[in-house]
Design a protein around this ligand. Structure first.
Ligand code: UGA
Length: 425
């Protein structure tokens, strides 16, 4: 079993640490943030991800998982280093790689024997090569090392299951030693393992996320046409998805995609292509279509209840998708800003993301928060389904209609049964 350090315990890092530990490896989690490491040492997860806390507690209890704010301890205590630090989007859409570069330099200064350094964060193509060059430049001890690229395909909300039962594992390496070490790490998982060069692995990640986002924007454009001609986009998606070349997944039309990955990755991939002289306007359009989804929802509200100033709109769901408290690039935030600018009042409900939303939006006395979807909708002029939380399907629509000022629902996720809504008035 390997000794692994995970550098950066954000979303990807924490899940990676917990799951490798579950696969039997010894894991050290490092982060620069004291508070976060203290929380983790208590076996508490700083993020909401089903199943994660149980894994953390187990690893801490049997002593095979530890946490530190000292990167030197993490580097010296392991043979494989997973780089999971943030790669935030810079102003021009390109990824800001300063954290990756800083980690590479620190690794170089503490190398004490052969180590495999694995890039896990989503990064532009050629980053692993840059990391190798940087580590070589600052490597005073002359210790051997290799770099690898091992992109993750985890979805928030089902990340543990995605890690343990992946469709595929992509491994980018430059030599046999790194290849064998990587394959050993994943020997407990039975799935397709694609071993490629570094650049190919890096492109696979961006190309996969961008393609899924493209699929969503595509069906959203189709839905605009469906709205105009009176066709049912759900059925259109079903009809398309029955063709196994197309597949039904990621063809759910609605208010658009959000989260920390798709919006950022689509823009980054488009910039990467541009930086290499390749025109990828298809992705610019993907992004623009997604941004326009907020206007589509706003227009639907205006068509139904006309002037928005002074009107009360209930938000059913604030998270960018169910089973997470994440509101990064969430449609809820973008819609809230537009509606507040129009002078509307918002009553929000979300079982997990209320605090994160409140923090991201900032204080605003036009926004209140409620414990149930029904409470949020009470007295409202309209409800917008922003997140497809399963508990919304249990709402008694007949009762709901009686408590709203005007019983109006804009279903931004095609989540509720439209016939049941109509029947309830
Ligand atoms: C996404 C990818 O699915 C993962 O494979 C990848 O590892 C991850 O990004 C990442 O790069 O880290 P995630 O952002 O967690 O995962 O969420 P998804 O389930 O992919 O959903 C993204 C957004 O698309 C959500 O806002 C969701 O509501 C929306 N969506 C999804 C749709 O609007 N329609 C669909 O048909 C599917």
């Amino acid at each position: 079993m390997a000794k692994i350090s995970v550098l950066g315990t954000g979303y990807v890092g924490l899940v990676t640490a917990a799951c490798f530990n579950r696969l039997g490896h010894e894991v050290i989690g490092y982060d620069v943030l004291d508070d976060k490491i203290e929380t983790l040492k208590r076996g508490e997860s700083p993020i909401y991800e089903p199943g994660l806390e149980d894994l953390l507690k187990q690893g801490l209890e049997d002593g095979t998982m530890t946490f530190t704010t000292d990167m030197e301890t993490a580097i010296r205590g392991s043979d494989v280093l997973f780089v999971c630090v943030g790669t935030p989007q810079g102003q021009d859409g390109r990824a800001d790689l300063s954290q990756v570069e800083a980690v590479a330099r620190t690794i170089a200064s503490h190398l004490d024997g052969f180590k495999l350094i694995v890039e896990k964060s989503t990064v532009p193509v050629k980053t692993a090569q840059r990391m190798r060059e940087t580590i070589a430049r600052y490597n005073k001890s002359g210790s051997g090392f290799a770099v690898a690229s091992n992109p993750e395909f985890l979805r928030e909300g089902s990340a543990i299951g995605d890690f343990m039962n992946p469709d595929r594992i992509v491994i980018g390496v430059e030599d046999d030693r790194a290849r064998e070490m990587m394959l050993d790490l994943y020997s407990g998982l039975d799935c397709a393992k694609l071993v490629v060069d570094l650049e190919t692995a890096e492109i696979i990640k961006h190309a996969s996320n961008s393609f899924l986002a493209l699929k969503i924007s595509y069906i959203n454009m189709v839905s605009e046409l469906c709205d105009v001609v009176g066709a049912d986009v759900e059925k259109v998606a079903e009809g398309m998805g029955l063709d196994e070349r197309i597949s039904a997944s990621f063809l759910r039309a609605g208010i658009g995609y959000g989260g920390s990955c798709f919006p950022k990755d689509v823009r980054a991939f488009q910039r990467i292509a541009e930086d290499h002289g390749v025109n990828f306007d298809l992705l610019r359009e993907t992004d623009e279509i997604n941004n326009r989804r907020i206007d589509v929802v706003t227009r639907k509200l205006q068509d139904l209840i006309w002037v928005l100033r002074g009107k009360t709109i209930a938000f059913w769901g604030l998270a960018f998708k169910p089973d997470t408290d994440d509101v990064r690039e969430a449609p809820s935030l973008r819609l809230a800003k537009v509606l507040l600018d129009e002078g509307a009042i918002i009553r929000g409900w979300d079982p997990e993301a209320q605090e994160t939303f409140q923090y991201a939006l900032g204080p605003n006395d036009q926004v209140t928060y409620h414990d149930t979807p029904e409470a949020a909708a009470a007295g409202a002029d309209a409800v917008v389904v922003v997140t497809d939380w399963p508990q919304l399907l249990d709402v008694d629509l007949v009762q709901l209609a009686g408590t709203m000022a005007t019983p109006t629902i804009v279903d931004g996720r095609n989540h509720l049964d439209p016939d049941a809504c109509r029947a309830a008035g």
